[in-house]
Design a protein around this ligand. Structure first.
Ligand code: ATP
Length: 435
């Protein structure tokens, strides 16, 4: 035990000075108020894994709100309290947030239920949490500064790289933990301990995931989509058939998996063709839903994205897909039609279509558009029309559009071509007007 304590303190000494000083301060305030204080959860896990984590969760054995008020006297951040829950948060000047919760001795309230072994209020607080690796605490009071508290074998599981729940009904009680287990396992490369795996499968079989609100599903899925190695989450979700559990119509086929795996490479290809950076998250979601019944798409999009505009964009991308693929398999498609069709699509659409389609033709046309058509602009302008003594008016727009069309179609190339062509068009239009 001594050994882990020393190790813990040792790790803490490698924290940024600011963080270390802060934890020390929290402990001192705990001393003053004669309350035990701890840093808990993800911060402790990441400290032991030597990973950065700026989210600090503090548990106070006593009144957390009062504690937060005292602490903020020193920190001078923005204090937000929730008296009814006994929680508070402090937003620091550097934008980091500190969360503070009160742990209460429940047996004060229910003396009859007093367990044989007296459990501390910290124990109760930690027992509410999801996985053993997230259930460790480090005491901060001066006398015990750096003491690791590990009631549930978190350190051992951390060493063995295991995700393990604390009790068998954990996933029934809160099915979002299914997603959390998958998220942590994929992110950290930990395996889900066998019994825990069975609990997950049972909970999925009992359709527990359908009881989770869209908001909470999204909260857990969103960070997966932010990770550049998102495919590992998709693979883990697939091993539990989780997509189908979320919605029976959501079948992520082998083919879709392969295409999801190809997105990064397609992005890299496009990186050579465009300086714009497409939103990969949007492309991933579009690819996941490529076979989902379009008339039900909005039902499920809410579980993945909150933004209405993003949902609309994904809808239109998928709705346009079949017609577009049809058109782009036409032989000898003319340049102007190609331009007109593809210029109506965003870069994300084009990356998606390129990645999703199977036909070499389609890929060829998209590349051709990106390379030769997308950035076509006229070299001439209205000023050149003025120099041709054409009277300014609505005809300027018509002429310039006609010239652009000819340029896109590959009929003209240079600026002097453009001007000649413009003059010809003007005369033609004038002639028509005079008829
Ligand atoms: P991340 O690095 O992804 O932020 P985290 O562990 O800090 O990981 P949070 O979602 O910020 O994750 O949650 C903070 C802590 O709250 C967790 O470490 C865990 O102990 C607890 N927790 C969060 N969600 C749940 C849940 N659904 N059930 C039980 N405990 C939870």
């Amino acid at each position: 035990e001594k050994e882990t304590e020393i190790k813990c303190l040792d790790r803490m000494k490698h924290l940024p000075e600011e963080t270390y000083d802060f934890l020390e301060l929290v402990g001192k305030i705990g001393d003053t108020l004669d309350k035990k204080v701890y840093v808990v959860g993800g911060f402790v896990r990441d400290l032991l894994l030597k990973r950065d984590n700026d989210d600090i969760d503090i548990v106070v054995e006593g009144d957390g709100v009062l504690f937060a008020e005292e602490l903020n006297q020193e920190l001078k951040g923005k204090l937000l309290t929730h008296e009814e829950f006994g929680t508070a948060s402090i937003k620091l000047q550097n934008n980091n947030t500190i969360d503070i919760v009160s742990a209460r001795r429940e047996y004060y309230e229910y003396p009859a239920a007093l367990p044989k072994v007296e459990k501390s209020s910290l124990w109760n607080d930690l027992f509410r949490r999801d996985f053993t690796i997230n259930c460790m605490a480090i005491q901060l009071n001066s006398e015990s500064f750096g003491k690791l508290i590990d009631y549930f074998g978190g350190l051992q599981d951390l060493k063995n790289r295991k995700i393990r729940v604390l009790y068998n009904l954990s996933f029934i009680e809160d099915p979002t933990r299914i997603l959390r287990a998958i998220r942590f396992s994929a992110r950290m490369g930990f395996s889900i301990e066998n019994e825990t795996k069975n609990f997950i499968m049972e909970a999925i079989r009992d359709q527990m995931i359908t009881k989770v609100s869209d908001d909470r599903i999204r909260e857990e899925i969103s960070p997966m989509l932010e990770d550049e190695n998102f495919i590992k989450y998709v693979i883990t979700m697939q091993t539990f058939n989780l997509f189908e559990a979320i919605d029976t119509d959501l079948k992520v086929t082998k083919e879709t998996m392969r295409k999801l795996g190809g997105i990064q490479e397609t992005m890299d290809e496009f990186g050579k063709l465009s300086s714009q950076q497409p939103d990969i998250k949007r492309i991933i979601i579009t690819q996941i839903f490529r076979d989902f019944p379009i008339n039900r798409l909005y039902d499920i999009l809410g579980k993945f994205v909150v933004n209405k505009l993003l949902a609309d964009n994904i809808y239109y991308t998928l709705e346009a897909k079949e017609d577009l693929y049809q058109l782009l398999t036409t032989e000898d498609l003319d340049r102007f039609t190609l331009y007109n069709t593809l210029s109506q699509h965003s870069l994300e659409d084009l990356v998606f279509y390129y990645n999703d389609c199977e036909e070499a033709y389609i890929k060829h046309y998209i590349t051709y558009y990106m390379l030769h058509l997308k950035n076509i602009k006229l070299s001439m302008s209205g000023e050149d029309l003025l120099k041709l003594n054409i009277k300014p008016g609505p005809i300027y727009k018509k002429v310039l559009e006609g010239v652009l069309k000819a340029k896109i179609s590959g009929e003209i190339y240079t600026k002097s071509d453009e001007i000649d062509y413009a003059y010809g068009l003007y005369k033609e239009m004038k002639g028509e007007e005079n008829v």
